[in-house]
Design a protein around this ligand. Structure first.
Ligand SMILES: [Fe+2]
Length: 195
């Protein structure tokens, strides 16, 4: 059995990638195999963080680099819990650690500054992600999605973003009306699980 891939090694690997590349899609392609290894780490998330919260999905910061160039977050999805349609405005990867979630992808179609509405959000795909699957987001064209756990068991996803996503100003979109609102989704833990 190969050695367990730890967050400290991930930091070394991701910072090396960020030192060489600035294009979001290129960064994602290089980070992806490292997230794949991290998803195989059975000790990544302490047991007390694996239980869902009663009213919403839980968002726990696992680790962030000192310069906040990237962060690693665990999301715990209780049965039926949902994240509304949102963007990120930074590169990110979503790995399925336990259970399964449904991800719907959306595309923003701009109609010009003078148009009313200026843009519409259109659903383009729906995928059920299972253990080991990795999805990704990056602005401007591949940045909007919604995630849900419609299943009866808890799901856990592990995300890597190119900033501390708990501080990142971004948007929640109302697909039906085309409205969006500003949001910062803070972590549910005050300090990272690993430092
Ligand atoms: Fe997201």
């Amino acid at each position: 059995m190969s050695e367990t891939y730890e967050l400290k090694q991930l930091e070394t690997d991701v910072l090396a990638i960020l030192a060489q590349h600035t294009d979001y899609r290129t960064i994602i392609d290089h980070v992806k195999p490292h997230l794949q290894k991290l998803l195989l780490n059975d000790h990544l998330i302490p047991g007390e963080y694996q239980a869902p919260l009663p009213t919403k999905y839980a968002q726990y910061l696992l680790y962030k680099s000192a310069n906040e160039a990237f962060s690693v977050i665990a999301f715990i999805w209780g049965a039926g819990q949902v994240a509304p349609v949102h963007d990120h405005l930074v590169w990110g990867l979503v790995g399925l650690y336990r259970g399964a979630v449904v991800e719907k992808r959306y595309r923003r179609e701009d109609h010009g500054e003078a148009a009313e509405p200026r843009y519409t959000i259109r659903e383009v795909s729906e995928v059920t992600a299972k253990q080991g699957d990795i999805s990704f987001v990056y602005p401007p064209d591949y940045d909007i999605h919604g995630v849900a756990n419609p299943f009866n068991e808890v799901a856990i996803t592990v995300h890597i973003y190119g900033t501390d996503i708990g501080k990142q100003p971004r948007h929640i979109h109302d697909v039906a009306t085309g409205d969006s609102r500003d949001v910062v989704t803070k972590h549910d833990n005050a300090s990272p699980i690993y430092s």
